[in-house]
Each structure stands twice: as structure tokens, then as C-alpha cells.
Design a protein. Sequence first.
Length: 338
Amino acid sequence: MEEAFTEALRHNGQLVTDYLLDYFKKTEISPDYLREGVNFYVRKGGKRLRPAVVFWACELAGGDASVALPAAAAIELMHTGTLVHDDIIDRDYMRRGGPSMHAHFQDHFKTQIALNLLQHLSNSIAMLVGDIQYSLAVAMMNDLPLSVDRQVVQWLIHNLSANWVPEVDEAMILDMLNKKTASTFALAGKTGALIGLNKLDLEHPVVRQLEDLCRNAGLAFQLQDDILGIIGDQNELGKPVGSDIREGKKTILVAHAYNKATPAQRQILESILGKSDATAPEIEQAKQLLVDLGGVDYVRNLADKYIKLAQEALLTLPEHPVKRYFKDWIDFMINRSC
């Protein structure tokens, strides 16, 4: 990965982190455990890929990236809220190398609440934290300078308030990935471009090109995430490997392998997928079947297809110094190991 890209990613990420932590300090959030929850994942860091796209898209469209800081931070916070909710749904107890939000609250309240109520309470508080983060993301639009076109601001508020609904089977899974993950990357690209143009022109070539680039790279990112969730390194990922199997998560990788399996192999997969107390040997058996049946290779090839589409969109963008960051960003989305 290019050193300049890594440094730009780090610099932009720090700008967003500082903005968010300062925003939380100025915001009335009580009781204290809710305030701590809102800060929890933000303090842990993260890749900060979406806000970087907002900054670069704004510059590429001819704008001043500093103007887009509240929008970049809002999109990152919206994404953080989805992680909080996803970890509850997926029953994941690790995030970014430490406890997930609901696991944090379980530990926080374990000496104060009866054991039979602890999980429900911690999940409920974590859900509330995610909801607060969504609300704060929308409120951050008030921090955009008055020079930003009001129609652009209204468009942002509408899109930050949108919901994504998951479905099943390959076509439906791709549609879900597009709505849930890829759409947040596409939103980042469009947001930066619109602020850079300073007008609500959704058909502007740069807006459309950045939307295509970010959406396709976002799809590849999530497909790669599904691969890493099966064969990744838990220490590098900072979250459990195999939890998708215990949850019985409907991924394209699983769907493809299941369709290729013999009746006996399907029986094995059915006995393990979705088994919350599956043993380590059972998880290994399922993982090996998913690999042997071609699920990993199929999804890897599918991810490569979307990366090529993102690279094609990159070629259509106007020349600008930040264009190289988009090239490195695309490479990172498919070649990452965490």
C-alpha cells in the first residue's frame, strides 16, 4: 500500500475522531454509561474508510475538504451505530480487538443486575446507544457551514435517516449488501462530491462516477469481509472468526457451497450452521466444507468482478491529486486482511 495513502487515511481518520469526541463533549448525554457507550467504539479507532472518501470526493469535485468534516463524521458515526446493532444481532462479543458494545455493558452491570436480566438489559442499552449515534449523525448536519447549499444539506439528512433491510438467496443477498454496506460507501462518495460542487446535482458526471466507484468497491469490501469471517485471522480482524457459522449467517459464500454440496455434506452443514454452541472442531469442519465446495473461491471471484467495475469508474474521473488515493483505496478494499 502506498505510504501517502496510509498517511492520508490516518490523518483524515484523526480529524474525524477528534471532531466526534469533541462533539460528544458538547452534547448532553446522560446517564454516564450512555455517554461512555456513545464514545466507546469511536475511541477504539477503526479504518475510517467512509469519511476519507467524503474528503477525497469533495476535493475531486473542486471543493474544500474541511467544509465536509461534519458530513464525514456523521457518515462514520452512522456506520458505527450499525456496528453496535449488528454485533447484537450476530451475537458477536468482540469488536476492534476488544469487547463489543453489549458485551461491555454486560461486564459493566454484572454486579448490579440479576443474571437472568443481564443480557436483556445490556442488549437494550447497546441498542439505545446505536440509536443515539444515528440521531447525533443527523444532528451534525447543523455544523455544516451556511455556505453549503441547503438542498444538499436536506438531501444528506434524508439519506442519513434511511434504513437498510436484509433479505436472503444470492440475488437478494447481493441486494442486501448493496443496501446495507455498499450504499454507505456510495453515500460517502456522493456526499463529498455534492459538498464539493456545492449544489444538489445528482446527475453530475463526477457524482455518478464516484457513486459507481464507491458502491462497487463497497460490495467487494463486504464480500471480502464474508471470506475473512470464515478463513481470516482473529487476531488481525479484532473480532471472532467462525461467528458467522454459529449465527447461521446467510452469505453468498454459504449459499454457493450449499448448492454444490452432496446430500451428506448438506446434512453436515445444516447440523452446524446456526448452532450457537458449535464446538471448535465443528466450526473447523464447516469451514473446511465451505472451502472445499468452492464457496470461498466463488466469492473471491465475485469480489474481483466488483473491484474491476470500481477501477473502470476510477478511469472516468477527472485528473486530480487525490485520484491516486482512490486507486489505493480500491486496492485496500480487496487486498485487506482485517
